[in-house]
Write a protein that binds this ligand. Sequence first.
Ligand code: SF4
Length: 443
Amino acid sequence: MSSSKHIAQKVGFISLGCPKALVDSEQILTQLRAEGYEISPSYEDADLVVVNTCGFIDSAVEESLDAIGEALAENGKVIVTGCLGAKEDGDVVKKAHPQVLAVTGPHALPEVMSAIHTHLPQPHDPYTSLIPPQGIRLTPKHYAYVKISEGCNHRCTFCIIPSMRGDLVSRPIHQVMQEAEHLVNAGVKELLIISQDTSAYGVDVKYRTGFWQGTPIKTRLTELAQALGTLGVWVRLHYVYPYPHVDDVIPLMAEGKILPYLDVPFQHANPRILKAMKRPANAENNLARIQQWRKICPEITLRSTFIVGFPGETEAEFEELLDFLREAQLDRVGCFAYSPVEGAAANQLLDPVPEELKEDRRERFMQLQEEISRQRLAEKIGQRMTVMIDELTEDEMIARSSADAPEIDGLVYVENAVNAQPGDFIEVEITDSDAHDLFATMI
Ligand code: SF4
C-alpha cells in the first residue's frame, strides 16, 4: 500500500548509461516525487516503468533493449527515454518493442512527464492539494481558454503589447496538449485557443518537435489543431493572422475536427493604412483568401476586428474599408475608433482624425455591418444545427452554435426548455433571427 491516503501512483525506474543520463534520471525522479508520485523498487508494485536508455555502442543498445523487454514482460506499461530513444526518431525502440507507451530522446524531462501524465494521471489528493488538475478557471465549467503563447514578434504601431510582454514565446506543445486533456477530463466541452498571434505558434522555437502521447508532434498551428481535434470537444481558434499557412487548418474545419470558425483581426483594408499600422498581413490577398477559405469550408464563420480613424485616414480610405466589408461579408465584426495608447508608435503619426469624425465613421461602419449580419443570420432560418447550452433561465435555454464564441458573438435562444444542463449539446431548428442572435426550437 502507498503512504498516500488517497491515491497510489507508483513509477518504477531503470536508469542505464553515462552520468549525463544519470542526471536526466535524477531530474525525472525529482519531478515525479514533487508531483506526488511514489517510486517503486519492483516491477510488480509499479503502475508504470520508465526505462532511461543508452545508445552509445552496440552492447549498450542491446542492454537497453533487453531492459525494455524485461520491463514489458514484468510490468507491461513502459515509457522509454534516453539516447536510444533518439535513434532513428525512436524507431529502433519501436521496432524492437512496439508495445512501449512512449519514446523520447535524452534531456526530455517535459516530454517524459507528459507521457507519464497521459498513462498514469498525476496524483491529486483533495485533502492536501488546493488546485484541481485542470488548474483554477474563471470561466464556466463547460468552456475554457487555453493560451498557447505569450508575447508577439510584430510591432503594430497602435499596440504596446510587445513592449510589455516581449517577443513571442510559444508554450511547449506537450504542455498545451496536457492542459487541454486535463480540461476535457474535468468536463470542459469547448476549448478556446488564444494568444497574441495564434498563427505564429512555434515560430520562436523553429517549430520544434515535441512529444504527445508518445508520438512526435511539431510545435505548429496545424499540428496543434489536428491534435486538439482528436479530443472530442469543440475547438475554436482566436487571433489568427491570415498568413498563407493558415489555409492548412481550413480542411480540418471542413472535416469537422475543429470548429469552422476563424477569428482573424484584419484591422483595415486600405494598403497605406495597413502599412502605417505595420500589420503583418497584406491587404490585397485577404479577399482572395477569404473566398478560398469559403470554398474549402462553406460553413466557416469569420470574425474580425477593425480600427477606424487611424491617424491620417482619409474619407476615401475609410470608404475602401466599407467596400471591403461589403465584399467580404464577414459574419462577426468588432470595430474600435482609434485611440492613442500611451507609448504606441502611432501616436507620432501626423493628421490625427478628429474625435467626432472617428465616432461618425465607427457608427457608419457598424451600421453597414449590422445590415450584413442581419442578412447572414436571416439566411439561417429553417436550418438545423447543434448548439451548446450556456445557461438555463425559467423559460428558455441560452445556447451558442459553432458560429458564436462566448462573450463576443451572438447567442441562440431556444424555446421549450427540457431537462438539460450548461455544456449539453442539443439539436435545434432556427425559427427567427435579428441583427446578432438566432431564435430556435429544439428538434
Ligand atoms: S496588434 Fe500587432 S503587435 Fe500587437 S499583439 Fe497583435 S500582432 Fe502583435
